[in-house]
Design a protein around this ligand. Sequence first.
Ligand SMILES: CC(=O)N[C@H]1[C@@H](OP(=O)(O)OP(=O)(O)OC[C@H]2O[C@@H](n3ccc(=O)[nH]c3=O)[C@H](O)[C@@H]2O)O[C@H](CO)[C@@H](O)[C@@H]1O
Ligand SMILES: C=C(OP(=O)(O)O)C(=O)O
Length: 418
Amino acid sequence: MSAIIIRGGRPLSGSLTVQGAKNSVLPILAATLLSGEVCRIRHCPRLRDVETAMEILRHLGCRADWQGRDLLVDAADLTRWDVPDHLMSRMRSSVVFLGAILARCGQAEMTYPGGCELGARPIDLHLAALRSMGAAIQETGGRLACRRERLTGTEIVLSLPSVGATENAMLAACGAEGTTVIANAAREPEIVDLQTFLQKMGAHVQGAGSSTVVVEGGAPLHGCVHTVVADRIVAATYLAAAAGTGGDIRLEGVDYRHLSAVATMLRQAGCRLTCGETSIRLQAPRRLQSAGPIRTAPYPGFPTDAQAVLMASLLRSEGATVFVENIFDSRYRHVPEMVRMGADIRLEGRVAVVCGVDRLHGAAVRAKELRGGASLVLAALQAEGETAVTGVEHIQRGYEDLTGELAQLGADIRQEER
Ligand SMILES: CC(=O)N[C@H]1[C@@H](OP(=O)(O)OP(=O)(O)OC[C@H]2O[C@@H](n3ccc(=O)[nH]c3=O)[C@H](O)[C@@H]2O)O[C@H](CO)[C@@H](O)[C@@H]1O
Ligand SMILES: C=C(OP(=O)(O)O)C(=O)O
């Protein structure tokens, strides 16, 4: 079993280049199935979820190989259209292979996806979108069997702007005849990155970043070279880490516009942020003040994926900060662990109130999901004494090297096998 061991109390300082975005690269890897040629994915983060996506691609008959920091995918010879259960259950993004496999093969078989346990995570909108394009989908005993006579472009109105459903609809629509209009589409930067990738393959896709995405299906798709956008949630994690420790750090390779909602809260908490074209510097006071309320919302609102790390940064602030989690039913699983470290957090349904304390202390705590896990590491950076965070495999789903990069910023942190 791995554990991250942290001795808190050091303000972070220095600079880092931010890894490529997990939530961009995973749908992009699914999209490589749409062409029979080689795609080169640059700035591809080396993550557990990326390894899972590579296993899915190989299972389907593709070649997927690292070449330094690049990932090369050759989807010329697909031999299968199913995804085995053990790969589906490892991550949420396995479900975006559905639209891509269906578009390429005309059929697909898989089980329901896994991913972070954040409460119910239905895929009804994904399935409704594909059905409205003509896919026949049978659901039996947790297994999905999909066929299409022919996918046909149509108008899809999402009842909420689901990131995954938007991606699945975009991928399937590339293989459909005619025009698909996705209304109330998610507007996240990762949707824009997927559109850019599809355009480079020759697809006719427009509108990503707005609420309406339009895909003219049927264009012949070819290989391409694409650099994955920087991970705004990883960037938010390091900004929050520096904020909570009274640090001064600079992040390179990020687009500050993707971090506006997070930056607003950090400024309210007393941090100074200086944004360049592709960099952000954060200078934190010795002690933060309260901010918010912090209400999670679809982009460009405050990201649910940054809720836990911002909470960690405010545990020792002056005053109280209210968090309202509006996206997922169960995204406060880090709270009891933070309380073990001396945090004062009152929880009532979707609302968490963080009352700043003077000090936190080290404890043995367990990561139960990805961002909550990272938030425990951030709390530990501010705690007196030693903290051991287990459940490291959750953190590794989304952070290439959280321990190494925090050490690079001056933290007393190491990973141990126990
Ligand atoms: C791999 C990936 O990109 N993951 C991100 C993606 O997850 P994911 O794509 O799963 O998130 P969605 O945007 O789909 O989910 C948002 C909300 O819609 C609900 N919903 C979604 C689909 C559906 O068919 N029916 C339904 O009811 C969900 O339960 C949730 O309450 O966006 C989330 C919200 O920004 C982020 O936290 C995740 O990090
Ligand atoms: C919730 C997340 O991931 P996933 O949707 O892959 O579970 C996340 O990236 O914070």
